[in-house]
Ligand binder design. Structure first.
Ligand SMILES: C[S@@+](CC[C@H](N)C(=O)[O-])C[C@H]1O[C@@H](n2cnc3c(N)ncnc32)[C@H](O)[C@@H]1O
Length: 181
């Protein structure tokens, strides 16, 4: 599993300025919640019920500033109506969803027209030898790392589905991006 504390510097920059009605997918234990500053309301989903319970506690701590509602659900079946959100956030989740296509289809459904998808993710390495290595290691790695894939072509998939991707930062396999359709 990737040490999530490594990303604490990125978190305020990812969510701090997001405004409107926000959905965070795969929120884990709610590590991002404290960094939201401008969102009006946050809905968060997390399929693991133990993590979701911890996220509910994290939500209680920041609820005096921003209301946060947590549900147990996967990104592939979002329990929200169409066009409900201004922004969707995914931090270190698209490596481990069961179906990236289905998760993106659901995000496309719940985002309002012109809405934004913000991601921090690790993606398939861009050099062929490292991409080969990532694909070779992934069948073993995902068994010990909670379904984390090292070879996900997340950027390609976004573009294939008609997302305009603005890469805000890239460090090796880690990307921070804003995407709109
Ligand atoms: C590496 S953790 C990241 C947690 C948190 N987003 C963060 O930034 O630290 C990956 C999270 O994705 C969640 N996850 C796995 N499969 C998922 C799915 N199909 N839909 C939504 N979340 C999923 C895991 O339960 C876990 O909480």
């Amino acid at each position: 599993m990737i040490p999530l504390k490594l990303f604490s510097n990125w978190r305020p920059g990812l969510v701090g300025d997001l405004s409107g009605t926000v959905l965070e997918i795969g929120a884990g234990t709610g590590v991002n919640f404290d960094y939201y500053r401008r969102a009006q309301v946050i809905h968060a989903i997390e399929p693991d019920s133990d993590r979701a319970r911890e996220a509910e506690f994290a939500a209680l701590e920041v609820r005096h500033k921003i209301p946060i509602y947590v549900k147990v659900a996967p990104a592939e079946a979002l329990p929200y109506p169409d066009h409900h959100f201004d922004v969707v956030v995914s931090s270190l989740v698209f490596c481990s969803v069961n179906s990236q296509e289905q998760a993106l289809a659901e995000i496309e459904r719940v985002l309002r027209p012109g809405g934004e998808l913000w991601m921090v993710e690790h993606v398939r390495p861009s050099t062929p030898i490292l991409a080969w290595l990532a694909a070779t290691v992934t069948p073993y790695w995902k068994k010990i790392a909670f379904n984390c894939h090292l070879d996900r072509p997340t950027l390609d998939l976004l573009q294939q589905r008609g997302w305009r991707v603005e890469l805000r930062r890239r460090i090796g396999v880690f990307v921070k991006l804003r995407a709109t359709r």
